[in-house]
Design a protein around this ligand. Sequence first.
Ligand code: UDP
Length: 326
Amino acid sequence: MSILLTGGAGYIGSIVASILKEEGEDVIILDNLSRSKKECLPSGIKFYEGDIDDVSLLEKIYVEEKIDAIMHFAAFIEVGESVLEPYKYYENNFSKTIKFFNFFINKGMDKIIFSSTAAVYGEPQYIPIDEDHIKNPTNPYGMSKLFVERFLESVERASGVHHVALRYFNASGAYGNYGENHDPETHLIPIILEVALGIRDKIFINGDDYNTTDGTCIRDYIHVYDIAKAHLLAYRYLSNNSGSLKVNLGSGEGYSILDIIESCRKITGAIIPVEVRERREGDPSTLIASSKIAEDVLGWKREYQSVDSIIESAWKFHKAKFENSK
Ligand code: UDP
């Protein structure tokens, strides 16, 4: 029996696919390579190229493979872009996703692991944010993911199909040859490291007038390897229990943009010039997780305990990528 993993050429998907394979699971990847490259696919894993809503391709996968579970990563993930181009997000992250799920649910597949996000919560009413916190997304990205969660709840009620929605806080760091490699890159840590490498002149801070300790947004950075491990635990949970879960994945610690820049300066030895610009629309001021359900119910334990260790792994990856590109 295999796990069908969509978006397996992407940052988190490729690392999850490698780890599942290392753990002896049979994995198949479906990816349209719209925001990733073939070179990013983990080696030795069967790959289907195409869209998640291409029903004839899904039919082919269904006939050729024995799918036991789905891990759905394929999505657009940029907060700023989602504010400017909402249709793109609702179409790809919601409409296409429910069509994709529906295909396999109708074939009797009953285990779904869904890549959700801290962006479902919006501006926090209290910190740390637990899974029961009110959901009031401040951007279409978060809303598109929340819609899918609601769809999965309805499907569970209607037909007993179980799911685990993993709400990632800020995935970061690298695992061996796999790291953050978006094109264009919009995420904080890789952009700062590109400044350290001289690829960019400076880092633009998206607003310093938030109601936080230093005025810049606070996020909870969690190593992508620890996020990946949670997928294996979620799969085991669905294999051994009949129930669904919503699960935060974060460190429980918050770092401002200035904290992250300072840590990058320390690790890279680079000066890293900064310039403050306008706020990015759709950004909540603070996102810090309580990951108690992940720890207590899934048995999740983080290996990367400090933000410095996360940035060190990202720095190693970005330096190597830069050297190879010369
Ligand atoms: N950010 C920034 N400059 C950049 C990229 C990001 O100030 O060039 C900010 C962004 O507005 C947010 C935080 O850094 O407050 C983390 O953003 P990222 O896009 O990495 O992750 P998100 O929290 O949006 O998932």
